[in-house]
Structures are given as structure tokens and as C-alpha cells.
Design a protein around this ligand. Structure first.
Ligand SMILES: NC(=O)c1ccc[n+]([C@@H]2O[C@H](COP(=O)([O-])OP(=O)(O)OC[C@H]3O[C@@H](n4cnc5c(N)ncnc54)[C@H](O)[C@@H]3O)[C@@H](O)[C@H]2O)c1
Ligand SMILES: CCCCCCO
Ligand SMILES: [Zn+2]
Ligand SMILES: [Zn+2]
Length: 337
């Protein structure tokens, strides 16, 4: 099968002919129809995180497709079923985190397109116990970004604890941020969008943001305090550390700041301010299987319309260059079939 393969960190991917994988007892073989390209895939290819991916690696964890074969012990998937892979490719199901419904924190988890091969290929494997079940009748291109961008921001917005009618800042209006604006509005929140690119901020407005701030032209903390007295929640999906240091200043007293963006680096946190204003700073990683069900339900109900641009597998290296340059509007989705 044709696949985009990352052989060495920092090197361009090659489009290779590799073996079609064989499903294990609890696995299914899936013909990939579409797959989103997440900035995490770029981090994986560049190798800029502390935990390296497998190599050689087939990236991709927003893959949508059709089951074509199942393993010997599969009981919950059949040929023809439509499924998705995800970052949470599998977990142990037995540890404290899995028992408590925090399978995304399982230390035995496998990660699609990172520790196991993903969806930048004609076929991929999924574990029947963790594969996303795709609602009937949804758009095969627009559903792909929900499998990571959608479930991640949906979970993160829940983690901000922002209530209907309250304000949330979405910092970073890329693949994650532009659907975060939509989930926030669907969840009854009011949105301030922050980015460094006016075209991204215009996209946020088109998706319903009431206020926008270009962090290259104004101090986002001062702007959000002046406009609304600070936001009840701040969700940072940006790919530069400076956005993380700006988050607290945008928060209202008692606010919750949730980080999902993962640029290498760290951020300053003022001790006195954090304590005096009762701020919560929280990391959030993708979503559980239940979060995926809920995020897909919002999508299937027509409340989330990812802005997508379709490309081919062979374009992947150009796509990553455009992503690095911040030139991608919404989400690129590869069409494999
Ligand atoms: N925590 C998780 O579970 C999780 C899940 C998916 C992705 N991620 C991470 O989230 C990040 C974003 O992913 P993506 O696919 O949306 O990336 P993307 O490249 O599509 O978008 C990144 C956005 O950040 C904006 N940006 C850059 N510098 C900024 C700044 N200083 N202030 C505000 N905005 C700024 C860019 O203009 C762009 O709009 C990546 O680091 C990715 O690895 C994390
Ligand atoms: C720690 C890595 C989290 C990435 C989630 C999928 O983009
Ligand atoms: Zn992702
Ligand atoms: Zn576990």
C-alpha cells in the first residue's frame, strides 16, 4: 500500500510502497478514505517533543475509513463499518486512570500516528475497543478534523468550566482553534478570538467570535480586560510559547486557563497573581472515548462545520511547510481514495 513515511526526525516524508498491516485479535483493518493533518503530525515528523515517536512512522490520527477485515476476536466491528483512528489508539483498561474514566492519562496507552502507525496511508489498523464510531451520513471530509481537533477542544472547553453566557478566549485559530470557536458557541459560551494573523481572526469571526485581538498589534491581556473585564476561561491552542505566558492576563478573577497547544518551551507564571486572583492553570489532552462520542454528536447535529481544504498524500511535505509558515486556514484533509 502507498504510505507517507517519516524515516528520520526532521527529514521530509517519503511516499513508499509498504505492506498492508494484518489485524491482530482485537484489531480491524481500515481502508482510509480521508485524514486530517494535525500540527501534532508536524511535531512528530520534526521530533521536537521530549518523547520521540516510533521510526519509521506513518503519521496521522484523524483518519476516517471503512473496515475491510477484522481480527479473530473482534465482536464489535464488521466489514463495511465506518470508523476513525485517534491519538488515543488504545489503553490498558485496568489501571487507576482507566478505571476512573481518564484513559487519556493511561501510561500504557498507544497513540495513533505516533507510537503505532496512523492514517497517512491507504490502510490503517484500529483497536475495536477504542476506534471512533462515525455517525451515518456525515461528510467524509469534514468529519476527519473532529477525530483530533474536535474532540480535543470539546474536552478542553469542558475543562475550562465556563458556563453558558460566560466568556472564553480561544488563543490560536488554527485547526483546533477554529473548531473551538464553534464548540464554544454550541456550548453557550461567548468567544474572544486571539491570533497573530488577521486572516485567522476573520475565520474566527465567520465562525461566531464576538471579539478578536491580533496579539502582534495589541497586548491581548490588556485588550481582553478593557473589553470584557477578563474572560471566565482561556483556551490556548497556539503553537508559540508566548501565547501561554499571555493567558493569565486575559483571565478574569477565578478564571480557568486550559493549555492544549504543544510548542516546545515553557511559560512564566506569576505566583502572587495566580494565588491572589484564584486562577486555575490546567493541561488537557485529547478526549476519552465518551468525549469522542459527544464531539461527534455535536458535529453530526450540524453545529460544527470545520473549514477544510482537500489535498493529496503526495503533497504532505508542502503541507507541512505551509503549516510551519502559519499559512493553513482551518484544516487540511487528505483524500486517499
Ligand atoms: N493537547 C492535545 O491533546 C492536542 C491535540 C491536538 C493538537 N495539539 C497541539 O495543539 C497545537 C495546535 O495544533 P493545530 O493543528 O491547531 O495547529 P495549526 O498550525 O493549525 O494552528 C496553530 C495556530 O496558532 C497560531 N499562533 C501562532 N503563534 C501564535 C501566538 N503567539 N498567539 C496566538 N496564536 C498563535 C497560528 O497563527 C495558527 O492559527 C499543536 O502544538 C498541536 O500539537 C494538542
Ligand atoms: C502529548 C501529545 C498530544 C497530542 C494529541 C494529538 O494531537
Ligand atoms: Zn492531533
Ligand atoms: Zn490504563
Amino acid at each position: 500500500m502507498r504510505a507517507a513515511v517519516s524515516g528520520e526526525a526532521g527529514e521530509p516524508l517519503t511516499i513508499d510502497e509498504i505492506d498492508v498491516p494484518t489485524p491482530g485479535p482485537h484489531e480491524a483493518l481500515v481502508r482510509v478514505l480521508t485524514t486530517g493533518v494535525c500540527h501534532t503530525d508536524l511535531h512528530a515528523v520534526e521530533g521536537d517533543w521530549p518523547v520521540p515517536p516510533k521510526r519509521p512512522l506513518v503519521p496521522g490520527h484523524e483518519g476516517f475509513g471503512e473496515v475491510v477485515a477484522v481480527g479473530d476476536e473482534v465482536t464489535d466491528l464488521a466489514v463495511g463499518d465506518r470508523v476513525g483512528n485517534a491519538w488515543l489508539w488504545s489503553a490498558c483498561g485496568r489501571c487507576e486512570y482507566c478505571r476512573k474514566g481518564w484513559e487519556t492519562l493511561c501510561e500504557q496507552q498507544e497513540n495513533g500516528g505516533y507510537s503505532v502507525d496512523g492514517s497517512f496511508a491507504e490502510y490503517m489498523l484500529v483497536d475495536e475497543r477504542y476506534a471512533a464510531r462515525i455517525p451515518d451520513g456525515v461528510d467524509p471530509v469534514e468529519v476527519a478534523p473532529i477525530l483530533c481537533a474536535g474532540v480535543t477542544v470539546y474536552k478542553a472547553l469542558k475543562e475550562t468550566e465556563v458556563m453558558p453566557g460566560e466568556w472564553v478566549v480561544i488563543s490560536g485559530i488554527g485547526g483546533l482553534g477554529h473548531v473551538a470557536v464553534q464548540y464554544a458557541i454550541a456550548m453557550g459560551m461567548r468567544v474572544v478570538a486571539v491570533d497573530i494573523d488577521d486572516e485567522k481572526l476573520e475565520l474566527a469571526r465567520r465562525h461566531g467570535a464576538e471579539l478578536v485581538v491580533n496579539a502582534r498589534e495589541a497586548d491581548p491581556g490588556q485588550a481582553v480586560q478593557d473589553e470584557i473585564g477578563g474572560a471566565h476561561g482561556v483556551l490556548v491552542t497556539a503553537v508559540h510559547p508566548s501565547a501561554f505566558g499571555q493567558a493569565a492576563a486575559m483571565s478574569r478573577r477565578g478564571g480557568t486557563i486550559v493549555f492544549v497547544g504543544l510548542p516546545p518551551g515553557d511559560f512564566p507564571a506569576d505566583i502572587f497573581d495566580t494565588v491572589l486572583r484564584g486562577l486555575t492553570i490546567r493541561g488537557s489532552i485529547v478526549g476519552t472515548r465518551q468525549d469522542m462520542v459527544e464531539a461527534l454528536e455535536f458535529f453530526a447535529a450540524g453545529k460544527i462545520r470545520p473549514t477544510v481544504h482537500t489535498r493529496r498524500l503526495d503533497d504532505i511535505n508542502e503541507i507541512f511547510e505551509e503549516m510551519k509558515a502559519g499559512q493553513i486556514e482551518g484544516r487540511v484533509v487528505l483524500e486517499l481514495a
